[in-house]
Design a binder for this molecule. Structure first.
Ligand code: ATP
Ligand code: MG
Length: 445
């Protein structure tokens, strides 16, 4: 009997675009989708969409015996072989193209595209774009958004790993929500009512006495009943929680380090996508911090019709974003010491003024992207706060084991991936920053 041995080696006859410069005037092959064909009568440009680049190939009967026929059409998967040559660019930058020697068709679509994706951008309104996500995501600009999003997650993960954090995954089907309020999804669980996780809060705290520092990148669910440009019903939350903090400013410092690392990584390794999207990647040296009370005084002075004294509405956040830019040249602003009434039950009150908390939000270009703070670690204090808020501590017995059996002073935060992506790339709607958004009117595709 013949057996094969699988040793993990990937054999390939494909040359990635990044290697083209080492193969000048040589024949190489690439695989990808035929993205666009531009017929110029005696020759044709054939753009091939590979994993990250769109590579310009040129067909002309002069280059070889090969004759391109009607079987070569947009969205075919193909193996294209040809000679690497330098292409002329207007800005003098280094680009390479292929002079086609052969095209081998690997698969053929059976229908024409419902939306044109071969232009620089998808020329369709948001609803059509989202309805046709399986194909619109193939557009290089759309794809670049999610490549940048990958970079954000990598920057978060790599920095925290370097700081001694352990990556965790917490359950999404839970006995209780975590953030309270009305935005919790109920689920029938074999006849019992359970909830989809609104955040990994209770579990990430539980893991602090185990690992001291933990982080998670995972989905969370919010039954937002309104249709806004900044809320999704399922989003990706980047969370961390750290033990043995001296103050909640340790968390803000850690977040500043995370964000610096994200922006540096994007500039270093995501230049093609930054260029496609004309993204304005902020330079972060330090981030200014202002107390909630003082920020409220500022918005009250400048804006009319402010009624909520315990939180900011979107117009106030926008104002504070502009203020930070003007006063400090910063795209980011920490607002600290939120009122106790606005923060969840696990938040530590400020011992110097218990109407306020040891908590913060981070505002980026005028929108909240993070909430964080110090948590209560003392058992009696946590039980008392729950009772004060009308909660029944007995429903939280397993969560309270954390406090009952000893937890260090700790705190952490949650950073919304789509919110950060949205404002980094200057989108007006968070749905552009989600591959398959779920909102009050959409659960497909
Ligand atoms: P908001 O006030 O904007 O509704 P929140 O204060 O209810 O947000 P948190 O519970 O503080 O949200 O969640 C932490 C972070 O998660 C937010 O700062 C934001 O980046 C993100 N986030 C929260 N809700 C959503 C949502 N529905 N869709 C997308 N991102 C969200
Ligand atoms: Mg918040």
């Amino acid at each position: 009997m013949d057996t094969e041995r699988i040793d993990g080696t990937i054999h390939t006859d494909i040359t990635p675009y990044s290697e083209f410069r080492n193969h000048l005037d040589q024949e190489v092959s690439i695989k990808g989708a035929i993205h666009n064909i531009r017929d110029m009568s005696d020759f044709a440009f054939v753009l091939v969409r590979t994993a990250r680049e769109v590579i310009q190939c040129v067909y002309s009967p002069e280059f070889s015996e090969y004759r391109m026929g009607p079987e070569v059409k947009e969205q075919c998967s193909a193996k294209v072989t040809g000679k690497v040559v330098k292409s002329e660019t207007r800005d003098g930058s280094e680009r390479y193209e292929l002079q086609i020697h052969n095209i081998e068709i690997l698969s053929t679509p059976v229908d024409i595209m419902p939306v044109v994706i071969s232009k620089k951008k998808v020329m369709a309104d948001l609803a059509v774009n989202l309805d046709n996500r399986p194909v619109t995501l193939r557009n290089p600009s759309e794809r670049a958004i999610f490549k940048i999003q990958e970079g954000i997650q990598r920057g978060f993960r790599e920095y925290l790993t370097s700081q001694g954090f352990t990556e965790i995954h917490t359950p999404k089907i839970n006995f209780a929500g975590a953030e309270g309020g009305t935005t919790v999804f109920r689920l029938d669980y074999f006849g019992k009512t359970v909830f989809l996780a609104q955040s990994p809060q209770l579990y990430k705290q539980t893991l602090v006495p185990v690992f001291e520092r933990v982080f998670e990148i995972g989905p969370v669910f919010r039954a937002e009943k309104h249709d806004t440009s900044r809320h999704l019903n399922e989003y990706v939350s980047m969370d961390f929680e750290m033990g043995f903090i001296d103050s909640f400013t340790d968390i803000m410092n850690m977040e500043t380090g995370v964000l610096k690392n994200i922006m540096e990584l994007l500039k270093k390794e995501y230049a093609p996508e930054i260029e496609i999207l004309h993204a304005d990647i902020p330079q972060i040296d330090s981030i200014p911090a202002i107390r909630f009370k003082d920020a409220k005084a500022l918005t009250m002075k400048k804006l009319k019709g402010i009624t909520d004294m315990h939180d900011f509405d979107p117009s106030e956040e926008e104002f504070l974003g502009k203020w930070a830019k003007k006063e400090y040249g910063s795209d980011f602003l920490f607002v600290t010491h939120y009122p106790s009434s606005d923060r969840p039950f696990y938040t530590m009150d400020d011992p110097e003024d218990p109407e306020y908390t040891l908590s913060f939000d981070l505002i980026f270009r005028g929108v909240e992207i993070t909430s964080g703070g110090q948590r209560i670690h003392d058992y009696n204090e946590q039980v008392a706060k729950m009772q004060r808020l009308g909660m029944n501590p007995e429903e939280f017995t397993t969560y309270l084991m954390l406090h009952k059996y000893g937890a260090p002073p700790h705190g952490g935060l949650g950073l919304g991936l789509e919110r950060l992506t949205m404002h980094l790339l200057g989108f007006k709607n968070v749905r552009y920053a989600s591959m398959f958004p779920r909102d009050i009117n959409r659960v497909t595709p």
